[in-house]
Design a protein around this ligand. Structure first.
Ligand code: KMT
Ligand code: NI
Length: 181
């Protein structure tokens, strides 16, 4: 079951929970209000059944998908990939992820520049709007398997925050947050 909280400001060891003291938890509705990130709970049953996953994808208009499994690994390639996932970035397309096993932390920047931490586990699906700044890391278990969902064939590119703070997708996201949420 998903848990969401405001992250502390300690940038050491991202695999630890990084809750504030006392912790400040948010509901999935509050997450949406603050960031525009949508959350869907998928049943345990559906997570393990290809046909139900297909129905779910098509119901929400996610035509395309692939699987990503991250296993404990000590290679430099793995370390580089994890570093890339934990670099604050945005995309021109939505980022939609359903966790089917293991766990991980998605971190989302809210409009006040605070990091919101989402601890994702089996059955948790999130849909990040285009242009939102985010990053990802594993928790101390070091393992996750997820379905990556796309409405269109992904032009998979990440724009790191330090590279460009005035990306058109960012400007559209800021406008969307002012008007829609
Ligand atoms: C991305 O763009 O793939 C991410 O933000 C990482 C999350 S899924 C491993
Ligand atoms: Ni991303």
């Amino acid at each position: 079951m998903v848990k969401i909280w405001l992250r502390d400001s300690d940038e050491s060891n991202p695999s630890l929970p990084h809750q504030t003291s006392p912790p400040i938890f948010l509901s999935t509705d509050e997450l949406f209000q603050r960031t525009g990130v949508k959350y869907i709970q998928v049943s345990d049953d559906a997570c393990g059944d290809e046909n139900q996953l297909k129905d779910l994808r098509l119901k929400h208009g996610y035509e395309h998908y692939d699987w990503l499994e991250i296993i404990p690994d000590t290679t430099e390639k793995h370390a580089k990939r994890m570093a890339r996932f934990y670099e604050e970035h945005l995309h021109e397309d939505p980022e939609i992820r359903l966790i089917t096993s293991g766990n991980g932390y998605f971190e989302i920047r809210d409009t006040e520049e605070k990091w919101i931490r989402i601890h994702m586990t089996r059955g948790d699906l999130i849909d990040l709007p285009p242009g939102i700044y985010h990053r990802f890391t594993l928790d101390t278990n070091g393992y996750i398997k997820m379905l990556r969902l796309f409405s269109e064939i992904p032009k998979w590119s990440a724009v790191n925050r330090c590279e460009n703070d005035a990306h058109p997708a960012r400007i559209r996201y800021e406008q969307f947050m002012k008007e829609a949420v």
